[in-house]
Ligand binder design. Structure first.
Ligand code: OGA
Ligand code: ZN
Ligand code: ZN
Length: 399
């Protein structure tokens, strides 16, 4: 069957059956191919090499992608391998490719912007990696701050808040009405609230029979929340309704900064913390939730993915006998660093202020407080990274 992708008349580019238009100022100046590979030269001297099977799999024509759902209908496993028969540039710079296989011929068109955006050369893939902006106490004076009204009412306020969360892993919001429940409105502007065994949100107040350390007036050392869950919530929102008691200041640290320093100074501890799991458990009258994971989570390329640390939820280590002592030592090394004030961002939340931070990266804690000197009422809830990214991508479509 021979079918080309539809042209999007408005933009003059090939419609890649995507809601977001891929734009680039770069132009393709040369196309060459073998049966198995296509080589593009761009006007900035860069090259893109695409495999025939990859291109064929990504054909955006209506018989390969559902034209309304925009989802893939082509199943590469059901087709014989396609070779590139011809490849050339069309009038508006798009790439036309004709594939040949024992099934016959198939024509595909790819837009320049899409090809540029999906280039998988080493250089392009390196450039696409989003690197976190690591911070310590010295950098904490630059902590991003977003105004509540800007966030609630404008795209740029929302974007500033989301982007800060992605790169710094933390953002402070100011000037919200200091009303209970406000944090849910703030969270829902991004997406659904992630509920836990503590409910959709929880009140951080000291109470007579606490089922969690947070509900006391005790100091809380730096920790990540819900470390006892297989996948702890991605972001925590901590909203201050009232903070009049003596004490109760907040302390935060960039776990990625601490982990990177550990990797540099003590690679053996870093390696143990990234390889061996630690058990965590929370149990009360109504639930018993337990999970284990390494303190430092890495992706396939060795980049930091997550930090999980919470001493009061930590349960009983279960590792090979010869790992017990080295793992305790490594955990201690990491913990000592967490206590080093040169990593600490300290802030005393005022009524109507809210901190949001990545619960897989930023550790939070608080000083003890004296409930007899005044009220302290914080509220907490959680939101999900996929919703954060979805909001950002959806805004990109309109800009
Ligand atoms: C929490 C917590 C900090 C605070 O509720 O998870 O760590 O400042 N609270 O009370
Ligand atoms: Zn097709
Ligand atoms: Zn906490």
């Amino acid at each position: 069957m021979l079918s080309a992708a539809p042209t999007n008349k408005a933009s003059g580019t090939i419609d890649m059956l995507d809601l977001a238009a891929d734009r680039t100022d770069r132009r393709i100046i040369q196309v060459s191919h073998s049966p198995d590979e296509l080589l593009l030269t761009w006007d900035d001297g860069r090259f893109s090499r695409f495999h025939a099977l990859w291109l064929r799999d990504n054909c955006p024509c209506p018989s390969c992608r559902h034209p309304q759902a925009l989802e893939r209908t082509y199943k590469f496993i059901d087709h014989p391998a396609a070779k590139i028969a011809t490849a050339s540039l069309g009038a508006s710079g798009e790439l036309s490719v004709e594939f040949a296989s024992t099934e016959g011929r198939h024509a595909s068109s790819f837009s320049t912007g899409w090809l540029h955006r999906h280039c998988y050369s080493e250089a392009a893939r390196y450039e696409r990696v989003k690197r976190p902006r690591l911070w310590d106490r010295a950098a904490s004076c630059d902590l991003p701050v977003v105004d509540f009204a800007d966030y609630m009412n404008t795209d740029h306020g929302l974007r500033a808040w989301l982007e800060a969360l992605c790169s710094w892993g933390i953002v402070l919001m100011r000037n919200a009405p200091a009303e209970p429940g406000k944090l849910l409105e703030i969270g829902r502007r991004v997406g659904p609230i992630r509920a836990t065994n503590f409910g959709e949100y929880y009140d951080v107040v000291s109470m007579p029979n606490p089922n969690a350390s947070a509900y006391t007036a005790m100091e809380l050392e730096l920790h990540t929340d819900l470390a006892n869950w297989r996948w702890p919530p991605d972001y925590q929102l901590l909203f201050c309704v009232r903070n009049d008691a003596v004490g109760g200041g907040s302390i935060l640290a960039d776990g990625f900064r601490v982990a990177e320093d550990l990797r540099r100074d003590d690679p053996e501890s870093f390696d143990l913390l990234s390889r061996y799991p630690v058990e965590f458990r929370f149990h009360d009258e109504s639930c018993d939730i337990s999970a284990s994971a390494p303190t430092i989570g890495l992706d396939g390329d060795g980049r930091l993915r997550s930090v999980r640390f919470n001493n009061w939820l930590r349960s009983t280590l279960d590792v090979p006998a010869d790992v017990v002592a080295p793992l305790y030592r490594a955990l201690g090394r990491f913990w000592e660093r967490l206590r080093d004030p040169s990593y600490h961002l300290t802030i005393r939340l005022r009524a109507g202020e809210m901190l949001a931070y990545s619960n897989h990266r930023v550790l939070h804690g608080r000083e003890s407080f004296d409930p007899s000197t005044g009220g302290r009422h914080l509220q907490g809830c959680y939101i999900t990274h996929d919703d954060v990214m979805s909001r950002l991508r959806s805004m990109d479509r309109r800009s």
